[in-house]
Design a protein around this ligand. Structure first.
Ligand SMILES: [Zn+2]
Length: 71
């Protein structure tokens, strides 16, 4: 999904990536179905039950409790 907005400012054209301004969460999650563990970056309001693991299991994802800062 591309969310880009272009506007003109002082005759300079700038492109802003709107997703930079959306609150999102970075944390380690695990699929309890297959045991796959990965770092998930998602919008803050995404439900874990809606997440899909890399092996296509939906609804089996839980957080490991490890939260990571993007820095
Ligand atoms: Zn899985």
């Amino acid at each position: 999904m591309m969310l880009r907005k272009t506007y003109k400012c002082n005759q300079e054209r700038k492109v802003i990536d709107i997703s930079d301004f959306m609150p999102h969460k970075v944390s380690e999650v695990i699929c309890i179905k297959c045991g796959k563990r990965w770092i998930a970056i998602r919008p803050e309001n995404t439900l874990l039950e809606d997440m899909e693991c890399p092996n296509h299991h939906i609804g089996f994802v839980i957080e490991t409790g490890e939260e990571l800062d993007e820095g």
